[in-house]
Design a protein around this ligand. Structure first.
Ligand code: C5P
Length: 217
């Protein structure tokens, strides 16, 4: 057993494959997993369902306080439009502060944890055992998003999805509070030409090495 709980921090832009990778790693290392994007999506979803503007800070902060990590319903939050809306509420510093506190409590479980998002290695879990920054070209990410939509019997247009992805990257990387960027000690994993199995094996090698070093130290 490692002397400290294993905490795995995974960051990266939309569609890079970090969610699938996080699920695989959580399963393999028997760790609870939090997709922190769902917490921002839950806030956006609450505002959208009440018809409140996404820039309505008092309501967004109140919604963030109501987010319950144990009842995040992926099926109602997965829509592309909710992701877009989430990146708008995610620029509000007080919304981030409220959600980061809940995410840190999840990360502090004695069992260890896997968290994925945009600021896990930089802000939420700066002391994570292993930090991964998963990326891929915008074109490949747009193609994957379109395939996902089509697999769920939806229809989409490649050029529109690519433009959305580029806009979301700009918003996530350009915001003042907790912008998306690799932590200085993150391992970069470019999945442009990698399937999920290859990405999983690369991540597993890095994690096993960190665990072996932790046990020696
Ligand atoms: O990962 P997902 O697409 O579900 O995230 C939706 C949006 O939530 C992101 O575009 C980003 O703006 C925001 N987010 C964030 N910090 C996180 C996770 C997500 O700002 N840790």
């Amino acid at each position: 057993m490692p002397s400290h709980p294993l905490t795995i921090a995974i960051d990266g832009p939309a569609g890079a494959g970090k969610g699938t990778l996080a699920t695989r790693l959580a399963d393999y290392y028997h760790l609870p997993h939090l997709d922190t994007g769902l917490t921002y999506r839950a806030v956006a979803h609450m505002l959208l369902s009440k018809g409140w503007p996404l820039g309505d800070e008092p309501h967004a902060i109140a919604a963030a306080k109501l987010v319950d990590l144990s009842s995040l319903d992926r099926s109602s939050l997965s829509a592309h439009a909710v992701g877009e809306a989430a990146s708008k509420v995610a620029v509000i510093p007080e919304v981030r502060r409220v959600l980061v506190e809940k995410q840190r409590a999840f990360a502090a479980q004695a069992s260890g944890a896997v968290l994925d998002g945009r600021d896990i290695g930089t802000v939420v879990c700066p002391d994570a055992t292993v930090k991964l920054y998963v990326t891929a070209s915008a074109e490949v990410r747009a193609r994957r998003r379109l395939a996902e939509i089509e697999a769920n019997d939806g229809a989409g247009d490649f050029a529109t999805i690519l433009a959305d992805i580029r806009r979301r990257d700009e918003r996530d990387m350009g915001r003042t509070d907790s912008p998306l960027k690799p932590a200085s000690d993150a391992h970069l994993l470019d999945t442009t030409e990698m399937d999920i199995e290859t990405a999983f094996l690369a991540a597993k090698t890095l994690i096993d090495k960190a665990l072996a070093e932790g046990n020696r130290g």
